[in-house]
Design a protein around this ligand. Structure first.
Ligand SMILES: Nc1ncnc2c1ncn2[C@@H]1O[C@H](COP(=O)(O)OP(=O)(O)OP(=O)(O)O)[C@@H](O)[C@H]1O
Ligand SMILES: [Mg+2]
Length: 856
């Protein structure tokens, strides 16, 4: 691809010209292809009858759907139809009780459930379905804050900092406060602060509680400074989204009353995973026991339904507390509890196994979960030699099942405890050509170039966003050095203004060289020109294209000979495509039509699909006044006329919420045809015909950290229960005798969860004894080759180590660093070395004689 030399200033040392954005100029036509927008098919117009809405529900499910009036809790084990009840209840509310969709707030965690809710309501009332709020807690709070945060004198265009942004900011805080990184690792400070926010403890109270000179006092000081900088940057972190919304509702009773009148029905799925802040939010909206504020007449509290299963509570580390579900009846007096006992998802074998494992936890209410799906096949067990052998087993077994017609790739999932474990599976799956997708891990939006591009957009939309402005100040390199940056930061600190403001006062910075000053001015020109584009209402994709070009970012990648830069370029093209689709309204359409083929794992569509629960944010807020009266038919008109918000702010909001790990994609199994790899945490709420529960070793799963802590161990066991109960037909459990952790092989004993499975249910295809006897007889031949894994179920065949012949551009696989591309090679014979770019694992120089490297 040739560089668009006509426009791009590559000689950064000459005095730069102010940049004038012309969105279409300079780029090759095919770099950013036009997006074709799939239009949804017209929906069938037949309106279901009341009976049809209740079809396929058992008596207690029906009772829950029909319940009217006071708060109701549905508690039941996995796969008993809790989410189905929630979905059907919404359809019943709209279809039979004639509730206005705009007065429904549903908190859900899977796209499948969100799409189903919308689809059903769409069938009933058409476009008005868009007025329903179906989202995660975070997305719902963003919507409230975007209209109301002005009451706290915070600008509505605030940025949302994700985990990585927050970490960078906290790092700056820790440096400036000179906190000893050994005593106060940034991660530890962050989780302390996060805990405070989840408990609704602001930084002043945190400070007040901490004893002088204590460790807590240092944490609290960091909290206060971090918060000061967030405010200065006009940014909120994820935890702030919930806490600030709660504080708003508490500080302004009239506002709370407005929302209570608006949301007449609040429904929450996976209630066992709510934290204290989320519980208080629900309480503020739904409790009968709140003061409406002066001169306001309190409306009847909204109807509340929460569903959950305390055995599936797996987010204690994010502040989730089972207390919320256990104390529901105390929190909401007069509440009714409905239990479901029939499981419709799994075979009896799978259920018995799940019950046996979770039965080992103490202090829980026993459940009587049963299935009439029959016993089904036995659980398959496999003891592998190494993690590669385990992956090989999984790959072969998936192929075998597929050939036998016992489960397509798309009906199959592989679960593991931590993201890092995906690597072994990816390596083997690539080698054998098994199609797969990894959910989570290093994702599209976490890649460096994508984050750079987003930082540009954020800096344009919010010049106080210090983290973003500083990230791109010298990216691509434009001769603004650390000293110039520090001088600007000094001015900002002295004057208590944002870094972005200080940049605009270059003349007030003493001792700045002419060249630096010029470069800073040129950067400010670039930003100003694009701010003007925003002010003129330019759509997000035009701004993105313009800034990528104007900043020289594209030109730098295009002129590079590093093969990795080609990938970066492709990712940016992908991001522009995402922005185009967003602008064309695909995101809203995808959410509005559950017939649409959405591949939730394609990064281009991921944005649309993952944020589908929040898709109602694509509707302009101004057109849905918070005080609208759902019973006033005049106000219905707004719904039909709702238009898509294609502004930069709306786009950034989408992107920010994609990074929220609460957003869980549900595989489109019919069309995707790929095996899904994910952590156990991500699997919540999903179901698959065939499930592989891997890495079942003490120290891996249960996690090392939990081995000596009964509470953590109980949580790990709940995670096992979640994992087992995702399976509909077949469950496979496996472990490896030796697993490389941080490059050092570790021998882990069998997971205690394996020993908790009833013996009669498990068909062990390979046992530890088989592995041990093989190891004893062939230890000498294997020595260096254990990383290579094995083929088939039988004894692994040792391979002869051959030095691979590599040239720049080759794709390789390393047993620790994963996939990489060769940048250069040097030396000959045994001394041959290769420089390999492993993406997020970095650039490594490796000796080909020793490195566990394979050419792909
Ligand atoms: N009455 C029913 N008849 C037939 N199938 C049902 C019935 N109720 C639920 N199902 C099906 O059983 C499966 C599990 O239902 P659902 O996902 O709603 O359970 P859940 O209780 O939410 O599970 P989890 O605890 O894992 O979130 C789904 O495929 C659902 O369609
Ligand atoms: Mg569910």
């Amino acid at each position: 691809m040739s560089a668009p030399a006509s426009r791009v200033e590559t000689d950064m040392t000459s005095a730069p010209q102010p940049f004038v954005p012309t969105p279409s100029a300079g780029l090759p036509d095919d770099l950013f292809p036009e997006v074709t927008v799939a239009r949804p098919r017209a929906r069938k117009s037949s309106t279901p009858s009341a009976d049809q809405l209740l079809e396929g529900l058992n008596p207690p499910q029906r009772e829950a759907v029909l319940h009217a009036g006071g708060p109701v809790l549905v508690v039941a084990g996995a796969g008993s139809g809790k989410t189905r009840v929630l979905t059907r209840r919404i359809a019943h509310l709209v279809g039979d009780r004639k509730v206005h969709p705009g007065s429904i707030l549903a908190i859900t965690f899977t796209n499948k459930a969100a799409a189903e809710m919308r689809g059903r309501v769409m069938d009933l009332v058409g476009n008005r379905a868009k007025l329903m709020w179906v989202s995660t807690f975070h997305s719902a709070c963003v919507r409230i804050l975007r209209s109301e945060i002005g009451r706290f004198h915070v600008s509505r265009s605030f940025s949302i900092y994700d985990d990585a942004d927050s970490k960078r900011l906290m790092q700056l805080v820790a440096n400036d406060l000179e906190l000893d990184p050994k005593r106060f690792p940034v991660r530890a400070i962050m989780s302390w602060v996060s805990n405070c926010k989840n408990e609704l403890v602001d930084h002043e109270s945190a400070r007040g509680r901490a004893a002088e000179g204590s460790v807590e006092a240092s944490y609290a000081e960091a909290y206060a400074e971090y918060q000061r900088r967030l405010i200065a940057a006009n940014a909120l972190d994820f935890d702030d989204l919930i806490m600030t919304t709660v504080h708003l509702l508490q500080a302004f009773p009239d506002l709370r009353e407005q929302y209570r009148r608006r949301f007449r029905h609040v429904l929450v799925d996976e209630y066992q995973d709510t934290n204290h802040a989320q519980y208080v939010l629900v309480r503020e909206l739904c409790s009968a026991d709140v003061e409406p504020g002066p001169e306001t007449v309190a409306a009847e509290p909204p109807e509340l339904m929460v569903v959950g299963d305390s055995d599936q509570s797996i987010y204690a580390f994010r502040g989730a507390t089972i207390r919320n579900i256990n104390d529901f009846e105390l929190d909401f007096p007069g509440a009714r509890t409905i239990m479901l006992e029939q499981n419709y998802r799994s075979t009896q074998t799978i259920l018995t196994a799940a019950n046996a494992v979770i039965g080992q936890n103490t202090g829980r209410k026993p459940k009587n979960l049963w299935s009439d799906a029959g016993d089904g096949p036995m659980i398959v067990g496999y003891v592998a030699d190494t993690e590669h052998d385990e992956a090989q087993f999984v790959a072969s077994e998936i192929d075998r099942l597929s050939d036998a017609g016992e489960g397509r790739y798309g009906d199959t999932a592989v679960f593991y405890r931590t993201n890092a474990q995906s690597r072994a599976f990816e390596e083997v799956f690539i080698r054998v050509g098994l199609p797969y997708k990894v959910v989570g891990g290093v994702r599209f939006y976490e890649r460096r170039e994508v984050r750079d591009a987003i930082a540009y957009l954020r800096a344009i939309s919010n010049r106080s966003d210090d983290v973003s402005v500083r990230r791109i100040l010298n990216v691509p390199k434009r001769g603004i050095g650390d000293r110039a940056e520090a001088a600007v930061a000094d001015l900002a600190n002295r004057e208590r203004i944002s870094f972005g403001e200080a940049l605009r006062r270059v003349d007030d910075i003493p001792g700045l060289g002419t060249r630096s000053a010029n470069q800073l001015r040129s950067f400010v020109d670039l930003m100003d020109a694009h701010e003007a584009m925003v002010a003129e209402g330019a759509p997000a994709d035009a701004i993105l294209t313009s800034v990528l070009e104007g900043s020289g970012y594209l030109a730098e990648l295009q002129s590079s000979s590093d093969p990795q830069d080609q990938t970066r370029l492709e990712n940016l093209v992908e991001l522009v495509t995402v922005a185009r689709e967003f602008v064309s309204g695909v995101a809203v359409l995808a959410a509005a039509d559950d017939d649409l083929d959405v591949d939730a794992f394609d990064p281009a569509v991921e944005l649309a699909a993952l944020t589908a629960p929040a898709a109602s944010t694509g509707v302009r807020l101004a057109e849905v006044p918070a005080d609208f009266d759902p019973l006033d038919p005049e106000q219905d008109l707004a719904a039909g006329a709702a238009e898509v918000d294609d502004s930069l702010g709306a786009f950034l909001e989408r992107v920010a919420l994609v990074a929220d790990s609460d957003q869980i994609p549900s595989p489109d199994r019919e069309s995707a045809g790929v095996v899904t790899l994910m952590t156990l945490h991500t699997a919540k709420g999903l179901e698959f015909d065939n499930v592989f529960l891997t890495g079942c070793e003490d120290g891996v799963f249960p996690h090392m950290r939990a081995l000596n802590d009964p509470d953590e161990l109980a949580e790990e066991r709940r995670l096992a229960y979640v994992g087992i109960t995702r399976a509909r037909q077949r469950l496979h459990v496996s472990r490896a005798i030796v697993r490389a952790a941080w490059g050092t092989p570790q021998h882990n004993p069998a997971s205690r969860f394996l020993t908790e499975l009833p013996d009669r249910l498990v068909d062990w295809r390979r046992t530890e004894r088989a592995v041990t006897s093989w190891r004893n007889t062939s230890a000498t031949t294997r020595s260096n080759d254990s990383w290579r894994g094995t083929v088939g179920y039988g004894a692994p065949k040792p391979k002869v180590r051959v030095i691979p012949v590599l040239t720049a551009g080759d794709r390789v696989l390393h047993s620790t660093f994963g996939l990489g591309s060769v940048v250069a090679t040097s030396g000959t014979g045994d001394d041959t070395k290769a420089d390999v770019d492993f993406g997020s694992a970095g650039l490594k120089r490796l000796s080909l004689k020793h490195a566990p490297l394979e050419k792909l």
